[in-house]
Design a protein around this ligand. Structure first.
Ligand code: A3P
Length: 309
């Protein structure tokens, strides 16, 4: 409400404009472009509700990412770093998405009080681009963590995940279709590289990490992350413990993620969040032409930014 009062003109724009925004149907999804990013109707409504009602606290932690860049891993890591207890590991019974809610899917607009009982620091996640984060989040001083991933692996992971959702239906997204959409940016919360750049520009204020860095040296980056989160300085043994608890092989095997389905997206089996977890899986899927085109787009977009994948 505070935000709405501060900027009534923007509220008017958000509430009435979606009909007049550019629209596209991409990989079976009806999307429209708002503030430079492709959204579907529910995301737009969630953004409105978040803008009007979300009250961030200074000690909140907000994990931000584009889908399929390592969100589940970071959720597990942040939760374990902050909440770990030697007796019971919540990751055995619960998927990381049950421990760290997605603001625009699990909380807004329908369930804004979900974290009211949570002990501080509250941990949230969003796939919204920086440009769409509510202003109070940016001003609150809360800690923002962003994970990025090389575009080719992100595309392949997104394509595979999309088809998990479509399993059992007649609609299967071809690689060509997924590739075209990814390059055009017409995927929810896309264009991907604009999403990354929005947070990259804020990198001195946030914790910015790539999936590849984390894969290469989890110990180093988990220790850095713990320090950023400001909770405690972890011993070597504790960092190793966090690394193991949150490893792909372990999470894939725990009962939380076997034979259970989430209920906020489209009933994805929790297994779907744990696939190969490789750097360079794109080599198994993309043609030479595809990878060359993606590299051209990536290089053009990132030129001069200082960011490389
Ligand atoms: P792949 O599809 O390339 O295997 P998100 O969590 O953002 O949806 O990203 C999913 C990607 O992260 C998937 O990549 C998945 O396998 C990988 N992943 C999930 N949990 C992981 C973990 N604990 N460690 C490393 N990678 C993980």
């Amino acid at each position: 409400l505070a935000m709405a009062a501060e900027n009534p003109e923007e509220k008017e724009t958000m509430s009435t404009a979606s009909d007049h925004l550019p629209r596209v149907v991409s990989c079976g999804m009806s999307l429209f472009k708002w503030k430079g990013f492709w959204m579907y109707e529910e995301l737009f409504k969630a953004a409105e509700a978040m803008r009007d009602h979300f009250e961030p606290n200074q000690d909140d932690i907000i994990l931000t990412s584009f889908p399929k860049t390592g969100t589940t891993w970071l959720k597990a890591l942040i939760h374990t770093i902050l909440r770990s207890s030697t007796e019971e590991d919540p990751l055995v019974e619960l998927n990381p998405h049950e421990l760290v809610p997605v603001l625009e899917l699990q909380m807004y607009p329908g369930n804004p009080n979900l974290m009211d009982q949570a002990p501080p620091p509250r941990i949230f996640q969003t796939h919204f681009p920086f440009e769409i984060l509510p202003e109070p989040v940016k001003k609150s001083g809360c800690k923002i963590v962003y994970v990025a991933r090389n575009p080719a692996d992100t595309l392949v992971s997104l394509w595979q995940f999309t088809n998990k959702r479509n399993q059992g239906t007649n609609y299967c997204v071809s690689l060509e279709e997924a590739f075209h959409a990814f390059c055009e940016g017409t995927v929810a919360d896309g264009p991907y590289l604009d999403h990354v750049l929005g947070y990259w520009k804020e990198r001195t204020k946030i914790f910015f990490i790539t999936y590849e860095e984390l894969k290469e040296d989890p110990y180093k980056h988990i220790a850095r992350l713990a320090e950023f989160l400001g909770r405690r300085s972890l011993s070597e043994e504790e960092v190793r413990d966090v690394e193991w608890r949150c490893s792909l092989d372990r999470l894939r095997g725990v009962k939380a993620n076997r034979g259970r389905k989430e209920n906020h997206w489209s009933g994805y089996p929790y297994e779907a969040f744990f696939r190969r977890g490789m750097v360079g899986d794109w080599k198994n899927h993309l043609s030479q032409d595809m990878i060359e085109r993606l590299m051209v787009i990536t290089n053009q977009k990132l030129d001069g930014s200082g960011l490389q994948f």
